[in-house]
Design a binder for this molecule. Structure first.
Ligand SMILES: N[C@@H]1[C@@H](O)[C@H](O)[C@@H](COP(=O)(O)O)O[C@@H]1O
Length: 235
């Protein structure tokens, strides 16, 4: 893993932006995108730039089960607000939170990923080491699946909802195996509350108790962390 330490999320977004720019220059066609507060500085840098994604494809990691695309808490909506409205892609895929048949939806999504190999995959990380919505215990070779969210993730995401009870209990998520098929993975983490997860991801054993530790087995991973998130690394 190539670990880049920055002073804050602003600088991290700029570094991540440069990696996007290089990927475009190298003719990357498919971008795996993530939600959460972490990629926002990257998305701000992208929307402020003159980079053109109108012939590119994006594939998002995950979506809450039960939320419509126009629900302001949905990941569809998040992506529209933070990136797609200002910087449209040719086609943007996000799992359909309203799908009636979960098996058909996860299969549909796997088919999309298979047909559009991801050149650059953006990731944040949960405090418990989850990536996408692959919670601890998820199989390290898994494909897209419907997952029950852990209480830790529900609590962490409750800040975006009026009440904790409104936080969906399930999500569709690309699996760790699907994420690992991306040619280049760029994970970003900012803040003290990510320090444990970053330490375990980088220095701990590869275990499905820490889903992000699977990235140790990938040959092209870039990690952008601020000093707080890097604070528990041994060097
Ligand atoms: N499914 C998302 C993840 O993709 C994201 O990485 C994580 C951390 O979010 P944040 O960046 O807001 O800390 O939150 C959610 O659980």
């Amino acid at each position: 893993m190539n670990i880049i330490t920055v002073k804050d999320a602003q600088e991290g977004g700029q570094k991540a932006f440069n990696i996007f720019k290089e990927a475009l220059a190298a003719d990357a066609k498919v971008f795996g995108l993530a939600t959460g507060s972490t990629p926002i500085t990257l998305y701000n840098a992208l929307t402020a730039s003159d980079l053109d994604f109108s012939q590119k494809i994006s594939i998002n990691l995950d979506e809450y089960v039960g939320l419509a695309p126009d629900n302001p808490q949905s990941y569809h909506y998040f992506m529209q607000q933070h990136l797609f409205n200002q910087k449209p892609f040719k086609t943007s895929y996000v799992p359909n939170g309203l799908a009636k048949d979960a098996d058909a939806e996860t299969q549909r999504y796997d088919d999309i990923i298979a047909a559009n190999p991801i050149d650059l995959q953006i990731l944040g990380i949960g405090r418990n080491g989850h990536i996408g919505f692959n919670e601890p215990g998820s199989p390290l070779n898994g494909k897209t699946h419907k997952v029950p969210l852990t209480q830790s993730t529900i609590d962490a995401n409750a800040r975006f909802f009026d009440n904790e009870e409104d936080v969906p209990r399930f999500a569709y998520s690309m699996g760790i195996g699907s994420i690992m098929t991306a040619k280049h993975i760029l994970l970003m983490a900012y803040g003290e509350n990510k320090a444990d997860a970053i330490q375990k991801m980088v220095e701990g054993p590869v275990t499905n108790h820490v889903p992000a530790s699977a990235l140790q087995n990938h040959n092209h991973v870039t990690v952008i962390v601020d000093e707080a998130a890097a604070s528990k690394l041994s060097k």
